[in-house]
Design a protein around this ligand. Structure first.
Ligand SMILES: [Zn+2]
Length: 69
């Protein structure tokens, strides 16, 4: 059984693909397999413990990297 999760997701419409394609005029975010319990699977909280976004950290980090290019 292949348990590898390896796909690409569009940050705008959340369309997913197994190959890196362009969606909404931007390249899709690469989603690698993360181990259960990986902190990057959890959402971001600010320093007061309030939920900043329900998106997981790996998604936010990828989005930031993409915007810096
Ligand atoms: Zn899209």
């Amino acid at each position: 059984m292949n348990r590898d999760c390896n796909f690409y997701i569009c940050a705008t419409c959340f369309n997913v693909s197994e190959t890196p394609i362009t969606c909404h005029d931007q390249s899709m975010i690469h989603c690698r397999s993360l181990q259960p319990g990986d902190p990057r699977l959890k959402p971001l909280f600010d320093h007061e413990g309030d939920l900043k976004t329900s998106a997981p950290r790996w998604f936010i980090e990828s989005l930031k990297q993409q915007q810096q290019i």
